[in-house]
Design a protein around this ligand. Structure first.
Ligand SMILES: Cc1cc2nc3c(=O)[nH]c(=O)nc-3n(C[C@H](O)[C@H](O)[C@H](O)COP(=O)(O)OP(=O)(O)OC[C@H]3O[C@@H](n4cnc5c(N)ncnc54)[C@H](O)[C@@H]3O)c2cc1C
Length: 493
């Protein structure tokens, strides 16, 4: 049987993650994998947070944390702390935890309280108070328990994206991925809408059976194919620019959390790595110019007047209608981008490549299978997009038009989000509603509770008459979490 040639264009995180997954998945198959990377186009070089799914990626490749984390200045992440998105008393901050086995009981308490609070009963329902993940982050601890503690807790990572790219490159090259340095200038598309070969700067042609476009925002291959269109999210999500600045690590600053603080025209991330803090301001250029945004961000970071390297980036939010067209698959920024509020880009890369490998191994190459695949990936993107839209809808800030416009943008949100909000406001059991609307396919039910309750987005009246009939389980929960947290070591000791 003729050897299949897979050509990946692009050596950013998407390209190298894809190369590793394919090299692993096809190690028994008669397949050759080459990755072409331009020296003239730098990688995006931001993207320092993940979801817990990144653990599965390293597990698949049999790479231990001790192998890759020090090489990428990586730290653990148990969730995201949202500050100042809400002005509701008691809810100006909340923590969105990655829930794990140990949270079963306390999570039930949280959902119980949140559901009753939505029905008008005065119970505390800030998710930060109910999860071990939040407690561990608050106490500057690592999510790695000592041997006495019988539960594992789930977590994700922070990392230096340039170092991660280098690490993955070495790994792939050692797994026999052929690394070609060259700038792709053109590609030849045949009458079936398939790519036959790409043409490099020196006119060299590289032929392949399957082309994977990991070339970043430009999507230099996929966008050449007929039938591929960009579906914009700009009506639902206003941000289109970011500023990135690194600052030194202070001795006590490692918390296993990404911090997301709402500013006047967007939000700022703060990500602790083992050697520095990665900071960024994601904002909408329709509401503020880049100079004012930079000024505001520097004041927030308290680095005004200091010599620091400042990067400005712009982006458009949305996705392709077809991620797999003909013999070309788009992966990474070439297939779409949702803003990094929930750090989901690497997750989408994993999902895309994982689902593609399943289809490829079954030999499913007809247009019906491609359509099914594309529909699944579109659902993955749109589901995450919905969750991110909800952050903006639920904000209660009054300080700028940006926040008010975001809140008032209900007409552009998806129908299922509108139904969810209506259900919540009318005190319905949203566990069932989330499932009915299919939202649990993208975030667990507890995360939908966390976001609604985390913003203090409750009906204003405490309409229940029998307030005293309900027992507040929070004190017991907190005592349980305090004792659990004793089993985890602190950073910096
Ligand atoms: C502000 C911001 C914050 C983000 N934060 C997060 C986060 O916290 N978590 C997360 O998961 N993701 C985040 N992301 C997304 C994340 O950075 C990307 O998904 C990830 O880095 C993958 O990028 P990529 O490999 O698709 O593209 P790139 O890094 O842009 O790589 C493109 C590659 O293609 C090559 N190339 C381009 N043109 C050619 C050509 N003509 N010929 C040959 N090669 C070519 C380039 O040389 C490069 O190697 C963020 C993105 C932005 C913009």
């Amino acid at each position: 049987m003729k050897r299949k040639e897979i050509i990946i264009v692009g050596g950013g995180t998407a390209g190298w993650m894809t190369a590793n997954i394919l090299a692993h998945s096809f190690k028994e198959a008669n397949v050759s994998i080459s990755l072409i990377e331009s020296e003239n186009v730098p990688v995006i070089g931001v993207g320092e947070g993940s979801t817990p799914a990144l653990r599965n990626f390293f597990d698949l490749l049999n790479i231990r944390e001790s192998d890759w984390m020090p090489a990428c200045n990586a730290t653990h992440k148990t969730g995201i702390q949202f500050d100042n998105w809400s002005t509701v008393k008691g809810y100006q901050k909340y923590f969105h935890s990655f829930p794990s086995m140990v949270d079963q009981q306390t999570q039930n308490h949280f959902i119980h309280n949140a559901q009753l609070r939505a029905a008008g009963i005065n119970l505390p329902a800030n998710p930060s108070d109910f999860y071990l993940a939040a407690k561990i982050a608050q106490e500057n601890k690592k999510p790695l328990a000592n041997d006495n503690f019988p539960f594992e807790i789930d977590y994700a990572y922070h990392f230096d994206s340039n170092l991660l790219g280098k690490f993955l490159q070495n790994l792939a090259v050692n797994s026999s991925v052929n690394h070609v340095i060259g700038h792709v200038n053109d590609c030849k598309i045949n009458s079936n809408n398939d790519i036959e070969y790409v043409v490099l700067e020196d006119d060299k042609q590289i032929h392949g059976d399957l082309f994977i476009d990991c070339s970043g925002f430009k999507g230099i291959l996929i966008n050449r194919l007929q039938g591929v269109e960009f579906v914009s999210y700009e009506k639902e999500l206003f941000n289109d620019a970011a500023i990135a600045i690194s600052t030194p690590l202070s001795s006590d600053s490692i918390k296993a959390q990404t911090k997301s603080t709402a500013l006047k025209y967007g939000w700022a991330w703060q990500i602790p790595l083992s050697n520095r803090i990665g900071n960024g301001y994601v904002y909408s250029s329709k509401y503020v110019n880049k100079e004012s945004a930079e000024q505001e961000f520097k004041e927030f970071l308290q680095v005004d007047g200091k010599e620091l390297s400042v990067r400005h980036l712009s982006f458009k939010l949305g996705r392709l209608n077809k991620h797999w067209q003909g013999n070309c698959l788009a992966v990474g920024l070439s297939q779409g981008f949702i803003e990094p509020l929930e750090a989901t880009a690497l997750l989408l890369i994993q999902q895309t490549v994982g689902k593609f490998v399943d289809a490829y191994q079954q030999g499913n190459f007809n247009s019906q299978h491609r359509d099914n695949f594309n529909q699944q990936i579109n659902n993955d993107f749109d589901g995450i997009k919905d969750y991110i839209v909800l952050h903006y809808t639920l904000n209660s800030r009054q300080d700028t038009e940006y926040w008010c416009d975001n809140r008032d943008n209900l007409a552009h949100m998806s129908n299922r989000l509108q139904q969810l909000i209506l259900g919540w406001q009318t005190g319905r059991d949203i566990s069932k509603l989330v499932v009915k609307l299919g939202l649990h396919n993208h975030y667990p039910i507890s995360s939908w509770y966390a976001i609604l309750a985390g913003y203090g987005y409750f009906p204003s009246d405490l309409r229940a008459t029998e307030q005293s009939a309900y027992i507040d389980v929070l004190p017991k929960t907190q005592e349980f979490l305090r004792r659990c947290a004793l089993n985890f070591p602190r950073y910096n000791n």
